[in-house]
Design a protein around this ligand. Structure first.
Ligand SMILES: Nc1ncnc2c1ncn2[C@@H]1O[C@H](COP(=O)(O)OP(=O)(O)OP(=O)(O)O)[C@@H](O)[C@H]1O
Ligand SMILES: [Mg+2]
Length: 295
């Protein structure tokens, strides 16, 4: 099973929309997919289960919390929510996950262990939606993942934080003496404005081999779908569906390409400030450690 975590230390960049949409898309394409909701807000879970139905640890009602802390098997806690799609649900107990992790030995590896025990063939992909604040659960997700997807909602701050998030991941992996999972950056909520084009250009300079070609376009449909707790599988949403279909295609070819070697982090100069497309860049230059994995 390939484990792909969707992460960024910035909230509101489209992690949940991306996790949900990719999980639904991969399942619709016939791939057995496990959506892991690792966020205590349980937003992804709420698309499939009402608040009352969220796990509480009682018999037959287990979720990710029970998998992490109560020796429940991930396959037993996962519930089929669509054809080919199962959900490992979150619930309010996950709001206090960091405190619970403090009491566990090898606390950073609980999710990795749980997912490693999922029998081969049970699921092809696990998509992990992570919280927007770096903590024990994001750390668990990174250590459980073969691949990372970092959404950048086409804003300068999201770009900056994506750079920082990836640097942090690399430092962490160095500390653990583990290879860094491969990663790709996905532009979300993209509009054809100068500001978005500038961020896209900056992202391409920064991650020339690690940027999805697909840009998920901004569409008001996302808010309507969220309000009704519908996914792109439930209702026509041409833009979003097309964009996540294309992202899923890129993911499948990324995952099926012979494993690329993870190269050592290198420092590259990143232009900041307000570079204008088509003109010489005037933004300040600063240097950041950026992990580069071959695509
Ligand atoms: N393609 C898009 N077009 C328009 N709005 C979008 C798009 N993708 C996401 N959004 C909006 O951006 C907001 C944040 O999205 P989402 O909840 O997926 O972010 P998140 O990174 O999971 O946030 P958090 O860190 O709080 O969990 C939502 O209001 C969502 O409707
Ligand atoms: Mg979210």
């Amino acid at each position: 099973m390939r484990v792909l975590s969707v992460l960024s230390s910035k909230g509101g960049v489209g992690k949940t929309v991306t996790s949900l949409s990719l999980a639904v898309t991969l399942a619709a394409q016939g791939c057995k997919t496990l959506l892991v909701d690792a966020d205590g807000s349980a937003t992804a879970s709420s698309f499939f289960r009402s608040f009352d139905e969220l796990p509480d640890g009682s018999d037959g009602c287990c979720g990710i919390y029970d998998v992490l802390f109560h020796e429940c098997r991930a396959v037993d806690a996962a519930r089929e929510v669509r054809l080919n799609l199962a959900l490992l649900a979150s619930d309010p107990r996950m709001m206090k996950v960091d405190a619970a992790l403090l009491r566990q030995p090898a606390a950073d590896l609980l999710l990795a262990r749980a997912l490693r025990n999922v029998a081969a063939g049970e699921f092809e992909y696990a998509i992990v939606d992570t919280p927007g604040v770096w903590g024990g659960m994001v750390q668990n997700a990174v250590l459980a993942s073969s691949h990372l997807i970092v959404p950048v909602n086409s804003e300068q701050m999201a770009y900056d934080i994506a750079v920082d998030t990836l640097s942090y991941v690399l430092n962490q992996m160095d500390a653990y003496e583990r290879p860094c999972p491969q990663f790709r950056v996905l532009l979300t909520a993209y509009r054809e404005t100068n500001a978005c084009r500038d961020i896209a250009e900056l992202a391409l300079q920064t991650w020339p081999q690690n940027l999805f070609e697909t840009r998920v376009r901004f569409t008001e449909e996302v808010k309507r779908l969220s309000a009704d707790r519908k996914t792109i599988g439930d209702r026509k949403s041409a833009t979003l569906r097309e964009d996540y279909n294309n992202t899923a295609k890129e993911i499948i070819s990324w995952l099926t390409t012979p494993t690329a070697q993870t190269r050592k982090p290198r420092r590259v100069a990143v232009k900041t400030g307000k570079p204008k497309t088509g003109k010489p860049k005037t933004g300040k230059t600063r240097t950041k450690a950026i992990g580069v994995t071959a695509a």
